[in-house]
Design a protein around this ligand. Sequence first.
Ligand code: NAD
Ligand code: ZN
Length: 256
Amino acid sequence: MQRSAAIETESLQRARDQVAQARHLVCLTGAGLSAESGIPTFRDAQKGLWSRFDPAELASEPAFRKAPGRVWSWYRERYESVRAASPNPGHKALALIQSRARDCRIVSQNVDDLLERGGASNVYRLHGDITRCKCSECARPWAHPASPWKHEAPPTCDCGGLMRPDVVWFGEFLDPAIWNRCLEAAANCDVALVVGTSGMVAPASDLPELAASQGAAIIEVNPERTGLSQWADLWLQGSAARVLPALVPSARPAGD
Ligand code: NAD
Ligand code: ZN
């Protein structure tokens, strides 16, 4: 039977109970979480100013080597839109869910800092942080007090290498320490909340399946069905800013 477009009250109630009762909760977030803060998802970006370019072809080391100025400008513009944005009710709700949970790990594919600015702590930043830069040659972080993004072209490191955003590009490895924490969190959780991700970027997209294979209940929050919906016990059709506030438990569980 087809689900109606509205979120079913019963599903919402079940999801709220599962979140409140979780012993080990994992929240996996994607670009959709920040969409209502005005930060385009990759899909949105394909409609906008940069629609002539495929993000997969800009967000890579070979692209940077070939045209560092162009890649820098693309990220500089994205950085400026992050800086101008504010956390939306979805970010704030996740922070509240985390603060009221027994144990809640947030795994974010987002490179913006809106979860932290919304009050979340200890976010596992799987794909890095666009507010920071590092050297493309020696990996040293940008050490000057003024933001590297003030420069219209990539500034240079003391070693002579060009600075680049501290994000994980296509074709690059994730930080193994962070990835191991994510794997452990997904393997040990009893409830996983999967928010605003298309599930098209591996290996982050493997986490819901891993959690499901260990018996966790998977709750998906997304206006659309995704490649991850097959693992979801509950699909809450709607936007993060609308649905997540309805999942915040009223208080910390008794006895904890
Ligand atoms: P994606 O662009 O592939 O998919 C976005 C998903 O969000 C889609 O499934 C869409 O239906 C859903 N969505 C759209 N609006 C939503 C809303 N208001 N509430 C909830 N869901 C909504 O994004 P992805 O899965 O995160 O993967 C793409 C990659 O792009 C990631 O590696 C990520 O690092 C990068 N990215 C990050 C940002 C950011 O940091 N804000 C923005 C764009 C892309
Ligand atoms: Zn260097």
